[in-house]
Design a protein around this ligand. Structure first.
Ligand SMILES: Nc1ncnc2c1ncn2[C@@H]1O[C@H](COP(=O)(O)OP(=O)(O)OP(=O)(O)O)[C@@H](O)[C@H]1O
Ligand SMILES: [Mg+2]
Length: 112
C-alpha cells in the first residue's frame, strides 16, 4: 500500500477530486496548507495578486491506495492539476504499512 500526498493549487481541488473519483479512488483527505517551492513563493501569483509573504495557500490531498492504483492516481492528479505555470504542485509517494477500518476492524487492502 502507498500513500500519495499531492500539493495542488486550491482552485484545482474540484477538478482533481472529480478526476480521482473517475479513476475509482474510494477515499481521500484534503487539507488547507501553506507552502513554497523553489521560487520561495515570491514570483507566484494567487488570485491575480502577487503575494508579499513566502508562504502561499495550497491544498494537500492524501490518499492511501493499493500499489497497482498508484500510476493511475498520479496520472489523474497531474492531468487535472496542471496549468503549466510555476507552483502547480508536487506529488509525494510513500509506503504504508497498515490500514484499519475502525467500524469493522478490517485491515489493509480490505480496509482501503
Ligand atoms: N520539496 C518539497 N517538500 C515539501 N513540500 C514541497 C516541496 N516542494 C514543493 N512543496 C510544496 O508544493 C507546493 C508547490 O510547489 P511548486 O509547484 O512551487 O514546486 P517547484 O519545485 O517550485 O516547481 P515549479 O517550478 O513548477 O513551481 C509548495 O508551495 C509546497 O507546499
Ligand atoms: Mg514553485
Amino acid at each position: 500500500m502507498k500513500k500519495v500526498e499531492a500539493i495542488i493549487k486550491p482552485f484545482k481541488l474540484d477538478d482533481v477530486r472529480e478526476a480521482l473519483s473517475a479513476a475509482g479512488i474510494t477515499g481521500m483527505t484534503a487539507i488547507e496548507v501553506k507552502g513554497f517551492g523553489r521560487q520561495k513563493g515570491h514570483t507566484e501569483l494567487y488570485r491575480g495578486a502577487e503575494y508579499v509573504v513566502d508562504f502561499l495557500p495550497k491544498v494537500k490531498i492524501e490518499l492511501v491506495l493499493a500499489d497497482d492504483q498508484v500510476e493511475e492516481c498520479i496520472n489523474a492528479i497531474t492531468t487535472a492539476a496542471r496549468t503549466g505555470k510555476i507552483g502547480d504542485g508536487k506529488i509525494f509517494v510513500s509506503d504504508v504499512t497498515r490500514v484499519v477500518r475502525i467500524r469493522t476492524g478490517e485491515e489493509n487492502e480490505a480496509a482501503i
